[in-house]
Design a protein around this ligand. Sequence first.
Ligand code: 5GP
Ligand code: ZN
Length: 107
Amino acid sequence: MDCIFCKIINKEISSEIIFEDEEVVVFKDIKPKSPVHLLIVPKKHIESINEAQEEDKELIGKLFLVARDFAKKTGVSDSGYKLLINVGEGGGQEVFHLHVHLMGGWN
Ligand code: 5GP
Ligand code: ZN
């Protein structure tokens, strides 16, 4: 499948993966837009939240709890951060594999 995040998940292209389990990977955004900018990505290819199914409910919940954990690990938990999902071209989505942006680290 011609999906850049599937290729990262399958290690066909390299990225700075900082966490991985059977369902989720976390890696650094290649063009960070904040001092801390991580992407929390399900291994399952779901194009966007528009395509998520009832069966994905737990997986989507997990993305947010993993994001919360990495906010803590990267030290932005107390100062505050954003969790962002872009949906569709008009919503700024560039990679059509569901992901949550964790952005923080501003003063
Ligand atoms: P979107 O706009 O789809 O919500 O976010 C896609 C994000 O993926 C962008 O912030 C972009 O910088 C990042 N990105 C795109 N291609 C790559 C890549 O090959 N590696 C990594 N690590 N990030 C990427
Ligand atoms: Zn994919």
